[in-house]
Write a protein that binds this ligand. Structure first.
Ligand SMILES: Cc1ncc(COP(=O)(O)O)c(C=O)c1O
Length: 407
């Protein structure tokens, strides 16, 4: 038998593909090979470079031969820097055996789910949500319970919705604040109200994805359940990393802070998959966390200006509605009124995927369809792009919509 002619994927992978965001990004790059004017607003990463002090720390790590395997779930030095960060910024004390470091927050999330889910275990995921959560939960053998959170509710899960979603099989509530794709932020009072419900469900933990902690436009300080509700803290796993705050997406360093048992279980998963995160990146991450922090405010101010620009521009496009996100760098634009127009139906543009394709191929603007995030009828546009790119993209999208509405 020719094994490769017979090749089929494992059952584990059924229904799981490469993330739609990566696929659209690749399609945009392919189009850009023949059309130089393609504007990509589909990627989820800051367009700023990694700060120079961090780059130099990485170079120095190479020159000083810090290029070998490190401790499995991160060096003692980086764990210490993460503990300092959690104390300084979040008022939280964690011990070294309560920290796990992986190749990005993504790997850390994967480790948590692999280490804790059994078949049939449920994870409550307020949606719209980052697409990856759902596939990761499935790969880990669990079931995602998506709870739709409307724009009217600020795309946030209410205590009532949480109560209704809990079952005897619920293992985790997965919160992401600020949220990708909606920019929704959970304030302290809201988290306290959710914690009130969790007190009635002692077996349920909270995975708190805080990767956009520093991309926050609200005047209120960033809130994390672990700090707000000390009694709930033992069941909270904080997930964070250096990717978004320090423009270090390619360096791949993320971390978790949690009870020692969870951290030890995560180390087993990492031990049998990737082993330690890159030694050089770990040294650079120490510099990011311990070095000057002005860059965070400077870049957040730039993102705020771009946010205001893109949201105003989107709302100036006929039949498009977009709320001002409180955090992260995505505009989540409601295209449902536009998609309901007979002119679009006649042109076979019936959903967000078709509209996304139209904008990519006819206007050369790449976005991501909302259905990928559990928000059909929406488009996600990243504003981690220059003012010029944002203005050009908006101009082209507006003209594109006007063309669609013509006859
Ligand atoms: C909500 C959310 N969590 C986690 C990640 C992963 O971040 P990292 O680059 O650290 O793996 C992303 C990246 O896009 C994200 O949007």
């Amino acid at each position: 038998m020719d094994l490769w002619a017979e090749f089929s994927r494992s059952a584990k992978l059924s229904g799981i593909g490469v993330s739609e965001i990566i696929r659209i990004g690749a399609e945009a790059r392919k189009l850009a090979e023949t059309h130089q004017d393609v504007i990509s607003l589909s990627a989820g990463e800051p367009d700023f470079p990694t700060p120079d002090n961090v780059k130099l720390a990485g170079i120095n790590a190479i020159l000083t031969n810090q290029t070998r395997y490190t401790a499995l779930d991160g060096t003692a030095e980086l764990k210490a820097a993460i503990r300092r960060k959690l104390k300084r910024e979040n008022g939280l004390d964690y011990a070294a055996n309560e920290i796990s470091i992986g190749a990005g927050a993504k790997q850390v999330l994967f480790n948590i789910l692999m280490a804790t889910l059994d078949p049939g275990d449920e994870v409550i995921v307020p949606s719209p949500c980052w697409t990856t959560y759902l596939d990761m939960i499935r790969l880990a053998g669990g079931t995602a319970t998506m709870v739709p959170c409307s724009a009217e509710a600020g795309f946030r899960l209410s205590p009532k919705q949480l109560t209704a979603a809990l079952t005897s099989r619920t293992r985790w509530l997965l919160l992401n604040s600020p949220s990708n794709p909606t920019g929704a932020v959970y304030g302290a009072a809201h988290l306290a109200a959710l914690a009130e419900v969790l007190r009635t469900a002692p077996g349920v933990g909270v995975i708190s994805d805080e990767i956009y902690e520093h991309v926050l436009y609200d005047s209120a300080p960033f809130a994390t359940m672990a700090a707000i509700c000390p009694d709930i803290r033992p069941r909270v796993v904080i997930v964070n990393g250096v990717s978004k705050a320090y423009s270090m997406t390619g360096w791949r360093v993320g971390y978790a802070a949690a009870a020692p048992d969870i951290i030890a279980a995560m180390a087993v998963v990492q031990s049998q998959s990737s082993s330690n995160p890159c030694s050089i990146s770990q040294v650079a991450a120490i510099e990011a966390l311990d070095g000057p922090q002005d860059i965070i405010t400077e870049r957040r101010d730039a993102f705020r200006r771009r946010r205001d620009r893109i949201v105003a521009g989107l709302n100036a496009i006929p039949h498009v509605h977009c709320l001002l996100p409180d955090g992260a760098f995505y505009a989540f634009a409601d295209m449902r009124t536009l998609l309901a127009r007979p002119e679009l139906k006649r042109k076979d543009i019936a959903d967000d995927t078709a509209l996304c394709r139209y904008f990519l191929h006819e206007c050369h603007v790449a976005s991501v369809p909302g259905f990928c995030f559990g928000g059909p009828g929406y488009l996600r546009l990243s504003f981690a792009a220059s003012d010029r790119m944002i203005d050009d993209a908006l101009e082209r999208m507006k003209a594109g919509v006007e063309r669609l509405l013509k006859y």
